[in-house]
Ligand binder design. Structure first.
Ligand code: FES
Ligand code: FES
Length: 188
């Protein structure tokens, strides 16, 4: 489905576009077209909007989380043309014409991506805040390196911070998916 937003829709900016001075410049919106999870989207945004803001607030793709908002925690990680990016540090207008994959695009209802299934099977879904970013980082890692060893896995998720539980189950889940040994194992 093609999503089309007219100038004046969304972006939480109200009032007329034609206003004099600096205020008008800040409120000026630009057209933006890109693909997200296989769907083309067209919308108008303020040039200062981040990709994270557009995903969550304009497109209601709230699986991508905002943690630090400063490029440190990794919870906002998405794929941009197959490359991992921090959507909190990416201006939305930078993704013009590009293909974004968010956690919503990883699997389908009732048919999760093997990485998601392995996280479930291995008990690696620890909280809803860091998990989407972890999944995306693992997806990006396995695109680059389909058979990482444990050290490479740990390095691959090193930009995703868990502040409460730990990384052992996550590493086990990635090992399981890469070795094809993922199965129900939610103990521990
Ligand atoms: S919210 Fe983007 S890195 Fe933390
Ligand atoms: S922050 Fe999500 S499990 Fe620790």
């Amino acid at each position: 489905m093609r999503v089309v937003m007219k100038e004046g829709d969304g972006d939480h900016v109200s009032g007329p576009l034609e206003q004099p001075g600096k205020e008008n410049a800040m409120k000026k919106r630009i057209p933006l077209s890109f693909t997200v999870n296989g769907e083309e989207v067209d919308l108008y945004i303020s040039p200062s909007r981040t990709l994270l803001e557009v995903l969550r607030e304009e497109l209601e793709l709230t699986g991508t989380k905002e943690g630090c908002g400063e490029g440190v925690c990794g919870s906002c990680t998405v794929l941009c043309d197959g490359v991992l990016v921090r959507s909190c540090l990416t201006l939305a207008m930078e993704v013009e014409g590009l293909e974004i994959t968010t956690v919503e695009g990883l699997g389908e209802q009732g048919k999760p991506d093997p990485i998601q299934q392995s996280f479930i099977d291995q008990g690696a879904v620890q909280c809803g805040f860091c998990t989407p970013g972890m999944l995306m980082s693992v997806k990006g890692l396995l695109k680059r390196n389909p058979a990482p060893d444990e050290e490479e896995i740990r390095r691959g998720i090193s930009g995703n911070i868990c502040r409460c539980t730990g990384y052992a189950k996550i590493v086990e889940a990635v090992v399981a998916v890469t070795t094809g040994s993922s199965q129900n194992n939610t103990e521990g």
